[in-house]
Design a protein around this ligand. Structure first.
Ligand SMILES: Cc1cc2nc3c(=O)[nH]c(=O)nc-3n(C[C@H](O)[C@H](O)[C@H](O)COP(=O)(O)OP(=O)(O)OC[C@H]3O[C@@H](n4cnc5c(N)ncnc54)[C@H](O)[C@@H]3O)c2cc1C
Length: 505
């Protein structure tokens, strides 16, 4: 391999942390390659509760550093990507004799409002549940509630937009490419990457290796890097259920359970309610994770304590489960293990350095990346200054509160788009919806119809601009239209994508 093909940094893992680090690094002038063994966000990063939040609950575990950093990030991230991130109000119903006294909740929310650089997000307020519409879907137990601000994010799109921006800035981004081996040779890393489709193994050289493999971080260390006896992360399963919408309000609910845990019930994809999550230790391959009947019952029962109309397992239309790769701090209960991240450099006597990323949240990915860049600078020399705080992710170049105006602009330019379709396109692609639709001037120009409001023009965009290769990439990560398409429609999309990709290859 010619010398110019030595990258400064090779990143293993196309989740939020790998893509965030790659984007930050290439923007500072490092040469960067990234390999993801499956699709972007196919690991934990598409399986979250999808909150950009300070983590009210973490205050109870005294995680003040994490909560403060997370709170500060809410408005930074919202401004970076106002199409896929937006503010959400959370209603925390309260009744006498509940799990936590009112003064404690009020204290937590006071800290929440004041330690996190809140500018645009509205402050906490108290609701009179005898009058507020938020009481409508709930049992008549609550006279009072607190309402506070956090943010919502389309997690899988946050990942792919970071990857796209990194690629546009010059990073070499590879999906369906598994790192099978990484060894130190002549002061550099030699990284063997196996292409999933062809089975071909290519070797890349890099000055520094970043292990951002999320739940597989220890697997990479033992199988690819050849370390013995590694145990850095505690794998904690979290599952969600999706049911037909339980309420019309745009606010989400924060419910406290008798076991001291909390769950959220969140308005989801216009027609649904998302309920989660659980917390239980996980063993096995995170690829095979699935919700258990016990988790479905737990979530249904917990939500039914609050909703007047109970949530039954038969109401569940979709579920998903993910594994939190938490840094193992020796906590006894899964729910008490730290949610903070830990970055560790491995390099002795001039060895090519390795940076391992443990833990982290979607909310803190940008700050985690900045901290990773400090370690990278210390290990292989500094390049540009931090730049992402005032940056914009692809399609996010409009004002934080400008979503409705963007929808109006799109409808004006493409009057044949149905209202829902226009809204969905702006949510997913922001200002890039215009690049996606191009010069189309009538509905027929959208091309083949795959179901719901998915047309060929969008699928082509996702293949050419966002690395989509399989129907599931489109239906469950780039969009959530999997909730709307029938099995036959999804099969039609899969066939179309295979054929299109075969022709291009
Ligand atoms: C149930 C649940 C709810 C959550 N809710 C929230 C929330 O509301 N807000 C929030 O901020 N955070 C939340 N989180 C946390 C957040 O989702 C994770 O911290 C984050 O997604 C982890 O990202 P990651 O990049 O480290 O890991 P991942 O997303 O898992 O990425 C790692 C990637 O590495 C790839 N990989 C592994 N081995 C190899 C290899 N050998 N070669 C190439 N690629 C490889 C994998 O395929 C994977 O895509 C939640 C997590 C869970 C599980």
């Amino acid at each position: 391999m010619p010398a110019q093909d030595v990258f400064d940094i090779f990143v293993i893992g196309g989740g939020i942390n790998g893509c965030g680090i790659a984007r930050d690094a290439v923007g500072r002038g490092y040469s960067v390659a990234l390999a993801e063994m499956d699709d972007f966000a196919s690991g934990t990063s598409s399986r979250a509760t999808k909150l950009i939040h300070g983590g009210l609950r973490y205050l109870e575990h005294y995680e003040f550093r994490l909560v403060r950093e997370s709170l500060m990030e809410r408005e930074v991230l919202w401004a970076m990507a106002p199409h896929i991130i937006w503010p959400m109000r959370f209603v925390l119903p309260f009744h006498k004799g509940g799990i936590r006294p009112a003064w404690l909740i009020r204290l937590g929310l006071f800290l929440y409002d004041h330690i996190g650089g809140r500018k645009l997000l509205p402050a906490t307020r108290t609701l009179d549940m005898r009058r507020d519409p938020a009481a409508k879907p709930l049992k008549a137990l609550f006279t009072k509630a607190f309402e506070y601000s956090d943010g919502w994010v389309d997690d899988a799109r946050l990942v792919v937009l970071n990857a796209r921006d990194a690629a546009q800035k010059g990073a070499r981004i590879m999906t369906r490419s598994r790192v099978v081996s990484a060894r130190r040779e002549g002061g550099l890393w030699s990284v063997d990457v196996e292409n999933d489709a062809s089975g071909v193994v290519n070797t890349f050289k890099a000055r520094m290796l970043i292990n951002a493999a999320g739940p597989w971080v220890d697997v990479v260390l033992s199988n690819a890097v050849g370390k013995n006896k590694v145990h850095n992360v505690r794998l904690v399963q979290g599952s969600h259920i999706v049911v037909k919408k339980k309420f019309d309000d745009l606010r989400a609910y924060f419910f406290q359970n008798p076991d001291n845990r909390i769950i959220f019930a969140i308005p989801y994809e216009t027609d649904f309610t998302l309920i989660g999550t659980t917390d239980s230790d996980f063993t096995g391959d995170p690829k095979n994770i699935q919700i258990t009947d016990g988790e479905i019952n737990y979530l249904c029962n917990a939500a039914s304590e609050y909703f007047s109309e109970p949530v039954k397992p038969a109401d569940v239309v979709w579920t998903y489960s993910g594994v939190r790769p938490l840094y193992d701090d020796g906590a006894s209960k899964a729910q008490e293990a730290t949610r903070d991240y830990v970055l560790k450099i491995d390099a002795n006597n001039g060895d090519a350095p390795l940076l391992n990323v443990f833990g982290g949240k979607l909310t803190t990915y940008r700050r985690l990346s900045e901290h990773a860049l400090e370690k990278i600078a210390g290990a292989i020399g500094a390049k540009g200054a931090p730049w992402t705080a005032n940056s914009v992710l692809p399609g996010g170049n409009f004002p934080a509160t400008g979503y409705e105006a963007e929808v109006a602009k799109l409808k004006n330019r493409y009057p044949f788009l149905a209202e829902r379709h226009a809204r969905r396109l702006v949510r997913l692609y922001g200002t890039l919806a215009v690049s996606l639709l191009g010069e189309i001037d009538r509905a027929e120009g959208l091309g083949r119809h795959f179901g719901a409001d998915l047309y060929e023009v969008e699928v082509q965009w996702l293949i050419s601009q966002e690395w989509a290769r399989r129907a599931e990439d489109v239906l469950w990560r780039r969009t959530k239209l999997g909730l709307k398409l029938t099995q036959a429609e999804a099969a039609g999309l899969e066939e179309y994508m295979r054929e299109t990709i075969r022709k291009v290859a």
